[in-house]
Write a protein of this length. Structure first.
Length: 70
């Protein structure tokens, strides 16, 4: 978290970063998020991550970037 704060302050010294984020975003480029083709243990890991984040009052979200500039 300290690394994130220092990078943000280098860009915008007036921007405030909360101590704890309220949302965690998992992003994938070039494919749409779908848990069905994931291995069973990967699906379980995502469920555990979601439960852990919810206990800490955070939300897990998924982002998809179908194309991106290189």
């Amino acid at each position: 978290m300290a690394q994130l704060v220092s990078k943000v302050r280098a860009i915008d010294p007036h921007r405030l970063i909360p101590d704890v984020p309220d949302t965690v975003v998992l992003a994938a480029a070039g494919r749409v998020w779908n848990t069905r083709p994931l291995f069973t243990l990967s699906q379980i890991a995502l469920l555990r991550l979601d439960r852990t984040l919810r206990r800490q009052r955070m939300t897990l979200k998924f982002a998809t970037f179908l194309s991106f500039p290189r």
